[in-house]
Design a protein around this ligand. Structure first.
Ligand SMILES: O=c1[nH]c(=O)c2ncn([C@@H]3O[C@H](COP(=O)(O)OP(=O)(O)OP(=O)(O)O)[C@@H](O)[C@H]3O)c2[nH]1
Ligand SMILES: [Mg+2]
Length: 200
């Protein structure tokens, strides 16, 4: 079975990548499952692209194999694009999903539904030894709910209502989220690159 290394330590992302790649008979292996030590990569970039490249290139260089990384986040129009690149650590260094959502809901408490537009972005970086890093991007448009709803998914899913739906991503089934998500839309654009990325 072919294998792709995903430079992530986020369990929610890892689960979604496994589902997507299993359809193509490829095992997506996250850094949480590596037998070998891998260095922690500091996300010091100011853009999704920079951080995705730091993660993919850092791990690819270390292991000397092709590596895919995902830098993603939530862009809220009424908050001038915040939390954006800082989505994981919006309420503090400990990456607390509940605290992050509480901070967003508090900041939007006086914002009416028609002004709560937002989108998720997924920036994929593909680092292959000896080649230039490639990027693919996917979006998911929607609005921010007034309260948390649902228990599926991860991150900000309980407060994100995708366009055309009246439920949050956390109220949808995982397979429903995976048909419309920013990650699905980015992965769809990997078409043709998968052969270069996977290794035995
Ligand atoms: O509701 C959500 N549904 C999603 O589908 C989703 N994708 C990303 N996010 C949020 O954006 C941060 C990314 O930050 P991020 O790309 O640096 O990832 P991370 O630090 O969690 O893991 P790693 O991949 O860097 O190891 C994450 O922590 C999440 O809060 C999501 N929230
Ligand atoms: Mg991160």
């Amino acid at each position: 079975m072919k294998e792709i290394v995903i430079a992530t330590k986020n369990k929610g992302k890892a689960r979604e990548f496994k589902t997507f790649f299993a359809k193509g008979n490829i095992v997506a292996k996250s850094l949480l499952e590596m037998e070998r030590f891998t260095p922690d990569i500091e996300e010091t970039g100011k853009t999704f692209e920079e951080n995705a490249a730091l993660k993919a290139e850092g791990i690819s260089r270390y292991l000397d194999i092709p590596v895919l990384a995902d830098d993603s986040g939530l862009i809220i129009d009424a908050l001038d694009g915040r939390p954006g690149v800082y989505s994981a650590r919006y309420a503090g260094e400990d990456k607390d999903d509940k605290a992050n959502m509480a901070k967003v809901l508090e900041e939007l408490k006086n914002t009416p539904m028609d002004k709560r537009t937002a989108r998720f972005i997924c920036m994929l970086a593909i680092a292959i030894p000896g080649k230039e890093t490639l990027f693919r991007t996917g979006y998911c448009e929607g609005r921010i709910a007034f309260e948390e709803m649902g228990v599926n998914g991860f991150g900000y899913d309980p407060i994100f209502i995708p366009e055309g739906y009246s439920k949050t991503l956390a109220e949808l089934l995982p397979e429903e989220k995976n048909q419309i998500s920013h990650r699905k839309n980015a992965i769809d654009q990997l078409e043709g690159l998968l052969g270069d990325l996977s290794h035995v």
